[in-house]
Design a protein around this ligand. Structure first.
Ligand SMILES: Nc1ncnc2c1ncn2[C@@H]1O[C@H](COP(=O)(O)OP(=O)(O)O)[C@@H](O)[C@H]1O
Ligand SMILES: [Mg+2]
Length: 311
């Protein structure tokens, strides 16, 4: 189940999502991965880019630390190795540099810079015919033609699964991998399998929640974590729109530092898309792109996509 090393921790599962997102990028020029903090958007996007990078030019731009919306263009230019002189058009420089080549640009963590990102993506897609854009955000950009993909939780073990099947379910595999990093020698065995499966199910397959629980394995066995869950997880945090379920959001919030689950920032005045176009796509169950009002319009009707529920 664990397939590819990326950064300091191995990447787990997500074969179906990787295929769906790569296919989506062949039909839509802008694909946005949405979900609450800790859902696995960034990790999935990095893996998509890593796999596409074998055959296509790709660029990764992390916007999570950026606070000033006015610097989005410059940040992207610098990530592409460009150094615009004051007074030059950053978007023109970017468009000239990208040109007609087939390429994928990923903008990670757009949620607090939606308007700037929307403007930039619209400008680049209009100028660069071979460009596709993958973004991650808690909220869709609201761009016409944008395909919104809700990142589902990791697949959970089934109630009838034997030990092998249970170990290879995505949620258990991630929990076990991180627990083994924290406590070398840890493995899911007959003695703890039921508790691990239950734990993963109660954490609803949310990657960050699983990681944070696994990090406690030196102090608590899976059975003890489970026994402590009422105190630890009954706390109810306000859910971001776009969360998988209220319970999952609550669990993630309990285990998550504040940066991962804060409220959305208000949109700035002069936005390029209507507020309803964005917010209406963030209720639970909505996995479809919505028409915006920017100039990038696909020649075909707005694509739709659904990621079926995982068990
Ligand atoms: N498929 C995966 N395999 C391994 N680790 C994952 C996977 N998905 C998420 N994670 C880990 O879970 C944590 C939260 O994921 P992240 O992508 O940062 O969430 P988001 O971008 O939605 O806030 C990170 O530490 C990340 O490395
Ligand atoms: Mg992220």
């Amino acid at each position: 189940m664990t397939t590819t090393a990326l950064g300091s921790t191995p990447f787990t599962g997500r074969r179906r999502e990787l295929g769906e997102i790569q296919r989506a990028l062949t039909t839509a020029r802008c694909v946005t991965l949405i979900g609450f903090g800790g859902a696995g958007k960034t990790r999935l996007a990095r893996q998509v880019l890593r796999e596409l990078g074998a055959t296509t030019t790709t660029w990764w731009v992390g916007l999570g630390d950026l606070r000033d919306p006015a610097t989005v263009h410059l940040t992207v230019a610098e990530a592409l190795g460009l150094h615009p002189h004051p007074g030059t058009s950053q978007v023109r420089l970017l468009a000239e540099s990208i040109g007609d080549q087939p390429a994928v640009l990923c903008l990670d963590n757009c949620e607090h810079l939606l308007d700037s990102c929307t403007v930039l993506v619209a400008e680049l897609l209009a100028s660069c015919p071979g460009l596709r854009v993958l973004t991650t955000s808690r909220q869709p950009l609201g761009l016409a033609g944008e395909l919104v993909y809700r990142v589902p939780p990791l697949a959970l073990p089934g109630p009838e699964d034997d030990l092998d099947a249970l170990r290879s379910s995505e949620a258990v595999a991630l929990f076990a991998a991180r627990a083994a990093e924290a406590l070398p020698g840890f493995e899911v065995d007959h003695a703890n399998a039921a508790a691990v499966a239950r734990l993963c199910t109660e954490l609803e397959g949310v990657p960050l929640a699983l990681e944070l629980a696994a990090a406690r394995i030196r102090a608590l066995s899976p059975q003890e974590m489970l026994a402590a869950r009422v105190a630890r997880w009954s706390y109810s945090a306000p859910c971001s729109p776009g969360s998988a379920t209220a319970t999952g959001c609550s669990a993630a919030a309990t285990w998550t530092p504040p940066t991962g689950s804060g409220p959305w920032r208000p949109r700035s005045p002069g936005a390029t898309t209507s507020a309803p176009a964005r917010s209406s796509c963030c209720g639970s169950g909505c996995r479809f792109s919505l028409p915006g009002s920017t100039s990038v319009t696909p020649s075909t009707p707005a694509p739709t996509h659904s990621s079926p529920a995982r068990r």
